[in-house]
Design a protein around this ligand. Structure first.
Ligand code: HAM
Length: 418
């Protein structure tokens, strides 16, 4: 085949008609389960102000320093949203959603943009679904958030995963921990990777997340944050783990789990799957009790997660999980001649109104080609319409699977298929 003149950008993919049914099935599951949890949907713009994203996620994070798609128009600085926590918080503050009363239990589905090097499970435009619960510091909110995340995978049948959990502390515990971590790393600072050396002053906890070989030996013996949590933070973490145990959700505590955004406080978690290869994170999230204030709102605790939808679909493929029934249409109108085509155009809606899916050939093809097309579309029935049929007022309805034919009036057909 000839090379196309235009292609989509690298890392930005089309979801083609053969794939869209599984996306829709996944979206339906998310909407249904969200309704069961009483989460409400929020939809925010694809573009946000650069400063919101920089402040929200953190200047020194990989996302902001390397992966942002940013541009200017006039005096405005835009970014394509790389995630939705900061935008949802922006919307919460801007529209005073706190005044609706109680905590806001929000969920979303949509595309995000990060200029990462594309590979399996990593795209530049990808999709997330997620939840943000804003206004509660109760460990119940943490656990309901995690339970919703787990419920989606459970319902789909993905069971092979690991839930990693950590507390990244509140500001007080974190200062104490950072000091201990710096003390531990300082004597060998010059032996650490360059990225880790850069993180040493401003964000030493991110060093724990380093994949660089030369860092591993120093990370291995580093002090763990659990030993530096103050009483309140330790108690919060204990309650989260106790509820998870009550719900029989298994987890492992990973003291090196720090996550890629600066907004996290206290609970942090990640769901990984061995079926995904190197990009193994299905989903991640945690508390961000300081972000609402950082973005200009009242001090308001919050917790949430987001999950990669492409990665979920990759896991389904690896596990041979079919998210949709095969594509099919109930009735394919096979038309012979102009009168037949007019009849079809005006009678297709009658079937559709009755909840029966129906289509016809749009290309004035031969009967043979239309029958072939009906097979390709996996039609349950074909309805053959020619001049004779129109004169008699009776049409041949063919059951394609059982190769059985009936000559019926249109009303009889409607009755039979309804
Ligand atoms: P995140 O860990 O950056 O968290 O992203 C969540 C999930 O999005 C990842 O676990 C992964 O499945 C998917 N993902 C991330 N980058 C890509 C990519 N380039 N290609 C494909 N999938 C990707 C957040 O975004 C936070 N906002 C989560 C959160 C919500 N925390 C609190 N509330």
């Amino acid at each position: 085949m000839a090379k196309p003149k235009y292609t989509s950008h690298v890392g930005m993919v089309d979801i083609l008609p053969d794939e869209s049914p599984k996306w829709r099935a996944l979206e339906n599951i998310i909407h249904e389960e969200a309704a069961r949890f009483n989460f409400e949907e929020i939809r925010t713009p694809i573009m946000e102000q650069t400063e919101l994203i920089v402040r929200g996620i953190g200047q020194l994070t990989d996302i902001v320093s390397k992966e942002i798609f940013a541009f200017e128009k006039g005096d405005s600085h835009y970014v394509l949203r790389p995630e939705l926590t900061a935008p949802v918080v922006r919307s919460y503050v801007e529209h005073h959603l706190d005044q609706r009363g109680g905590s806001q239990k929000l969920y979303y589905i949509g595309p995000m943009f990060r200029a990462e090097k594309p590979q399996k499970g990593r795209q530049r435009q990808f999709h997330q679904f997620g939840v943000e619960v804003i206004g509660s510091d109760d460990p119940v909110a943490d656990v309901e958030t995690i339970a919703f995340m787990m419920r989606i995978y459970e319902r789909i049948g993905i069971k092979n995963f690991e839930l990693k959990l950590n507390s990244v502390g509140d500001p007080e515990s974190r200062e104490a921990y950072k000091a201990a971590l710096r003390d531990h790393l300082k004597p060998n600072l010059h032996k650490l990777s360059e990225i880790s050396q850069n993180r040493f002053e401003k964000n030493p906890m991110r060093i724990l997340d380093s994949k660089e070989a030369e860092d591993q030996e120093f990370i291995k013996n580093a002090p763990v944050i659990q030993d530096y949590l103050n009483e309140e933070t330790a108690e919060h973490f204990e309650k989260v783990t106790a509820y998870l145990e009550d719900l029989e959700i298994s987890y492992t505590i990973d003291p090196h789990l720090v996550r890629g955004m600066d907004y996290y406080t206290r609970t942090a978690f990640e769901l990984t799957s061995p079926d995904l290869g190197s990009q193994d994170a299905l989903a991640g999230g945690g508390r961000y009790d300081l972000l609402v204030e950082e973005i200009g709102g009242q001090p308001t605790p919050a917790v949430g997660f987001a999950a990669g939808m492409e990665r979920l679909l990759i896991a389904c493929e690896e596990l041979n999980i079919e998210l949709t029934a095969e594509k099919s249409v109930d009735v394919y109108f096979v038309t012979l001649g102009d009168s037949a085509r007019s009849f079809a155009v005006t009678h297709l809606p009658k079937l559709r109104e009755a909840g029966i899916s129906a289509t016809m050939d749009y290309m004035s093809r031969s009967m043979k080609a239309q029958m072939k097309d009906a097979n390709r579309e996996n039609a349950r029935y074909t309805l053959i319409i020619g001049d004779n049929e129109l004169n008699e007022g009776k049409f041949t309805l063919r059951n394609m699977k059982e190769s059985e034919e009936n000559s019926l009036t249109f009303d009889e057909i409607l009755k039979k298929l309804r």
